[in-house]
Write a protein that binds this ligand. Structure first.
Ligand code: TXA
Ligand code: MG
Length: 369
């Protein structure tokens, strides 16, 4: 796929000679409930340069020792991830950060105090100990201090910062349960720690606080409104709700790639609820008559008269849509749906993160009705 060439596509497994390559015999993947013993095993594997799937409050991560370039390369192999997309480095406390960065700007400090531990990643100038494999050659590194106690226990036990992208195969929806990780990583990694379903359900807010005005590169559980309350101002990158066009430069490499895409063609309907429901019902019936297998993703308050409906929760609790969206996208694939008709949700608060992910799943095919 053009510039999206990844390590796996170069079929250089012989060079790496690692057992988790597709061409070699698949390794056995253990799925263990999180407890003291499984965390100790996970920490040992991380120290030995292996990969571990682990829970965070946002989505499951695919972790490796962030200071071990060879271990980090295995992440890109297991995911089939483009090499120019950098990884987030996770720490268990703020004291672990100074060796990893060259500076912490004042705005970043304020955000750290307000929102860590929690679903926020800060882009900071990187120190030399962060391998290029982690930063994808950039001069910056994303740092995150998760609130999930199991994630922090794993990092602490490993005694190393953990580089971790979401634990999905590249292009698939991020995993919000350990079983999602198993679906994507079975035979590719030695261990998945099962800590139950993720609470937030969308990945962390990625915030570049290196300049004068903080910029949200990826919306998440820490919303623009929350950042503005702390810093007095905030910018949301224009590509959060629009696709990158030819010639556009991505401030965050992840913006470039097709993401979260179910096999079904997804279309978003935006407008007054009664218009959205009517338009979706009409399209549903037309597509079904053409032989398509159609499903609706929407809010519980809206009624579709027995048509196939996957719930994004209640409009009264916007965080439910965030927590359910990725599982719903995976369910479309499992059911074999070919068309997904999705209700747009309000972009206030965490709704912006939901619409960013839904937008990308639909290649920003949004119909105003
Ligand atoms: O919630 C999360 O952030 C999860 C959990 C596991 O912590 N991780 C995650 O990682 O979502 P990943 O690799 O799937 O997404 C990281 C995003 C990508 O869009 C990447 O381009 C961006 O963060 N990113 C990482 N380092 C960056 C940097 N130095 N500058 C700009 N963007 C960066
Ligand atoms: Mg990801």
């Amino acid at each position: 796929v053009g510039s999206e060439m990844c390590i796996r596509d170069r079929s250089n497994c012989a060079r790496w000679g690692r057992p988790n390559c597709k061409e070699d015999k698949a390794m056995k993947t253990q799925l263990l409930k999180v407890n003291e013993d499984s965390i100790a095993l996970g920490a040992k594997l991380i120290r030995e340069g292996e990969l571990v799937g682990f829970p965070t409050e946002t989505v499951y991560g695919l972790g490796a020792n962030a200071l071990d370039a060879e271990a980090v390369v295995k992440i890109f192999e297991a995911k089939g991830r483009p090499q120019d997309n950098p990884l987030i480095t996770h720490v268990s406390c703020v004291e672990e950060i100074p060796p990893l960065v060259r500076a912490i700007p004042a705005a970043a400090k304020k955000l750290m105090e307000a929102f860590w531990p929690g679903p926020m990643t800060l882009i900071l100038p990187k120190a030399d100990c962060i391998p290029n494999a982690v930063s994808a050659g950039l001069d910056t590194v994303g740092i995150r201090l998760p609130s999930n106690a199991d994630a922090r226990a794993l990092i602490r036990a490993a005694g190393r910062p953990i580089a971790a992208p979401s634990a999905n195969r590249s292009g698939r929806p991020s995993p919000t349960t350990a079983l999602h990780v198993l679906e994507d990583m079975d035979g590719r990694i030695p261990l998945i720690l099962d800590g139950g379903a993720c609470q937030v359900g969308v990945e962390s807010s990625v915030i570049d606080a290196t300049g004068d005005v903080p910029v949200i590169l990826r919306p998440g559980g820490i919303t623009p409104e929350m950042v503005e309350r702390v810093l007095g101002h905030v910018r949301v990158d224009e590509h959060v709700m629009s696709p990158l066009r030819e010639g556009d430069v991505a401030r965050s490499p992840g913006m470039k790639y097709k993401h979260y895409a179910p096999k079904a063609k997804a279309i978003i309907f935006s407008g007054a609820p009664e218009h959205v429901v009517a338009a979706i019902c009409k399209r549903y019936d037309e597509q079904t008559a053409k032989g398509e297998r159609v499903a609706i993703l929407g809010l519980d308050e809206h009624h579709y008269g027995g048509r196939t409906f996957l719930s994004l929760g209640s409009e009264k609790r916007p965080q439910e849509a965030a927590a359910r969206l990725f599982a719903a996208l995976r369910e479309l694939d499992e059911r074999g749906d070919t068309v997904a008709l999705c209700e747009a949700v309000d972009t206030a608060g965490i709704g912006l993160a939901v619409m960013n992910r839904m937008g990308r799943a639909a290649a920003f095919d949004i119909e105003q009705v």
